[in-house]
Design a protein around this ligand. Structure first.
Ligand code: AMP
Ligand code: ZN
Ligand code: FE
Ligand code: FE
Length: 276
C-alpha cells in the first residue's frame, strides 16, 4: 500500500517521526511520503527508521502558496532537501508562520481570549513549522473553547476575530522552486479549494500532477479530478493526509491510498523519484 501524504510533529501532525513509522508498519504501508507543511525536518528520522522495516520513504513536502488570498497547498516529491534556494524559501515560510501566530495571539488577547504563547511557539527554530492548530489547542487548554473545531469556528478561521491573512509565494513560484530542486509538484486536495480554474494555467506552467485520491474527495470528486488530470496530461497522486490519532481527524492510515496503476504511472514517468 502506498500513501503519499502524511504529517508528523515537525508540522501539525500528532505522531512523532518514530511513532509514525510504527503506525505505517502496523497499517501495512510499503511506500510512504512524509509531507509536512513547509518543513522537511521530519524526513531524515522517518527515512532511517522505515528502511529496516521494509518501508520506502520518498522525500516530500506540503508547501502553502497563496492565490487571491486563498491558501493553495502544493505537494513536492523527490527534491533535493538541501537545495539552497528551497532551504531559504522554507525558512522564510516558517518565519512568516511564527510572525502570523504571534500577531493572532495578540488579537486573541485583545478579544478576551488570551492563550499561553510559550506553548504555541515551542520548538520554533528547530525546523518545526508552526500553524493555527497550535493556537486552537491553546484555546482549548485555556478553557476558552471546548474543541479545536470550535476554536476555528469562533476565532481562527477566515473572517473570525483573530484571523490574519497570510502572505506567501504564488503557486507558480512554488512549481518553479520545487523543479529547480529536482522534484515534481502535485496540487494538493483540489476538492478543498474553490478554484478549479487554477488547474489549467498551472498545468500549462509545469504542474506535474493532481492529488486525486484524498479523504476529502468523494467518489464524484475522484472521478472529476481523474478526468481533469487525464485531459491535461497530469499524473495522479494521493494519500491519507494523516495527522495522527490525537488530531481527532478521521483520516485513518490505509483508508485512502494510491491505486497500483496510478503509482505505476508515476514510476514510469519519474523513475528517479518513485523507484520501486
Ligand atoms: P495554518 O497553516 O496556520 O494556516 O493552519 C492551517 C491548518 O489548520 C490546516 O492545515 C488544518 O490542519 C487546520 N485547520 C484549518 N481549518 C480548520 C478547521 N475549521 N478545523 C480544524 N482544523 C482546521
Ligand atoms: Zn496539516
Ligand atoms: Fe493540505
Ligand atoms: Fe496535508
Amino acid at each position: 500500500m502506498i500513501d503519499l501524504h502524511l504529517h508528523t510533529t515537525a508540522s501539525d501532525g500528532r505522531s512523532s517521526p518514530a511513532a509514525l513509522v510504527d503506525e505505517l508498519a502496523a497499517a501495512g504501508l510499503t511506500v510512504a511520503s512524509v509531507t509536512d507543511h513547509d518543513t522537511t525536518a521530519g524526513l531524515a528520522e522517518v527515512t532511517a527508521r522505515a528502511a529496516p522495516r521494509g518501508i520506502r520513504v520518498i522525500p516530500g513536502i506540503e508547501i502553502t502558496a497563496v492565490a487571491d488570498a486563498e491558501d493553495v497547498h502544493m505537494l513536492g516529491y523527490g527534491f533535493d532537501v538541501s537545495h539552497p534556494a528551497l532551504v531559504t524559501f522554507l525558512d522564510t515560510q516558517r518565519r512568516d508562520r511564527r510572525r502570523r501566530l504571534e500577531a493572532m495571539g495578540e488579537r486573541l488577547a485583545a478579544v478576551g481570549a488570551p492563550v499561553d504563547m510559550t506553548a504555541v511557539l515551542a520548538g520554533d527554530g528547530d525546523g518545526k513549522a508552526l500553524g493555527r492548530p497550535r493556537l486552537a489547542a491553546a484555546l482549548v487548554a485555556a478553557g476558552h473553547v471546548a474543541s479545536i473545531a470550535e476554536a476555528f469556528d469562533r476565532y481562527l478561521a477566515s473572517g473570525r476575530p483573530a484571523f490574519i491573512a497570510r502572505r506567501g509565494a504564488t503557486p507558480l513560484e512554488v512549481v518553479a522552486l520545487v523543479h529547480a530542486a529536482g522534484g515534481i509538484v502535485s496540487l494538493a486536495h483540489p476538492g478543498k479549494l474553490t478554484r478549479d480554474a487554477l488547474i489549467e494555467p498551472l498545468a500549462g506552467a509545469g504542474l506535474d500532477a493532481l492529488e486525486v485520491f484524498h479523504p476529502d474527495h468523494d467518489a464524484g470528486a475522484v472521478a472529476r479530478y481523474t478526468a481533469r488530470a487525464n485531459a491535461l496530461g497530469l499524473a495522479k497522486t494521493g494519500g491519507s493526509d494523516y495527522h495522527g490519532v490525537a488530531s481527532g481527524r478521521v483520516n485513518a492510515l490505509g483508508r485512502v491510498t494510491v491505486p497500483r496503476e496510478a503509482y505505476a504511472a508515476l514510476q514510469a514517468r519519474w523513475p528517479q523519484v518513485f523507484s520501486a
